[in-house]
Design a protein around this ligand. Structure first.
Ligand code: IPE
Ligand code: IPE
Ligand code: MG
Length: 243
């Protein structure tokens, strides 16, 4: 964990890493007497807005919660539709992502996804690996508690193999065993739809993240919403426990 208390105000106006819990697709559809699936389709368009906003503001890392480990308990029709959307957009957007200099990264238990989507994920990772304008991390089949358990298991294996003793484990070591290793911790977390909870997203990584909760439903999210949330972030005083 890299917490650097600074002597100055601490707040950089533009966050380096923004994470978004993209929530409210179903409610957006129900409000319009549409099927929930239409909300997910429209939600995919809102991702473009978030990317535009990051580009305008110069944000370097964007992490999007697209499907949680708990979302597997939704009706199979909804899951299949979401998988269809991932498949469609991964195929359709690969060239545009390359051209825009975006590196695409994934966290979550992607081995639970259909095999062709796993292949698309590998292709996206490989084809965008040298891009450096923005790192876009998609959390798919992601659950933070399972991620932490995975890190504990890996550390336990190292202890068993005699490579490590329990006293060697510190915050940095745990962080390096999480799926987010290599990413800075989120500076700003945005959740849309008015809900104010983390829903098992980046529990470890958000130790000192600033939270902004927006009432807008994800399909209505526009780049101005990102700009407004970043403005709110800029007005916060990040103290990291110091004075
Ligand atoms: C977020 O929208 C997208 C996913 C969780 C996949 P929801 O589907 O949770 O929409 P609401 O919260 O029911 O409105
Ligand atoms: C969190 O939203 C997961 C994603 C946005 C992908 P949920 O809609 O699944 O969360 P809860 O159930 O309201 O906590
Ligand atoms: Mg929801």
């Amino acid at each position: 964990m890299t917490v650097v208390p600074s002597a100055d105000t601490g707040a950089t106006i533009i966050p380096e890493h923004v994470a978004i819990i993209m929530d409210g697709n179903g409610r957006w559809a129900v409000k319009r007497s549409l099927k929930r699936l239409r909300g997910h389709e429209q939600g995919a368009e809102a991702v473009r807005e978030a990317l535009k906003g990051c580009n305008e503001l110069g944000i370097r890392y964007l992490t999007l919660f697209a499907f949680s480990s708990e979302n597997w308990s939704r009706p199979v029709e909804e899951i299949n539709h979401l998988m269809g959307l991932f498949r469609f957009f991964f195929k359709k957007e690969i060239k545009a992502l390359c051209d825009a200099g975006i590196r695409v990264n994934f966290i979550g238990n992607t081995s639970k996804l259909p095999e062709d989507i796993q292949e698309l994920i590998e292709e996206l990772k490989v084809r965008t690996k040298d891009n450096n304008k923005l790192v876009l991390t998609l959390a798919l089949s992601y659950g933070s508690q399972a991620e932490i358990v995975g890190a504990m298991q890996a550390l336990g294996e190292k202890i068993k193999a005699g490579e490590l003793s329990p006293g060697d484990i510190d915050e940095d070591m745990v962080a390096r065993h999480l799926e987010t290793t290599g990413l800075p911790e989120p500076d700003l977390l945005i959740r849309t739809s008015g809900e104010q909870r983390l829903s098992n997203f980046l529990l470890w990584q958000c130790a000192y993240t600033e939270f902004v909760f927006l009432d807008v439903l994800w399909p209505d999210f526009k780049k101005q919403d990102l700009i407004a949330a970043v403005g709110e972030y800029g007005s916060r005083s990040r103290r990291y426990g110091a004075l």
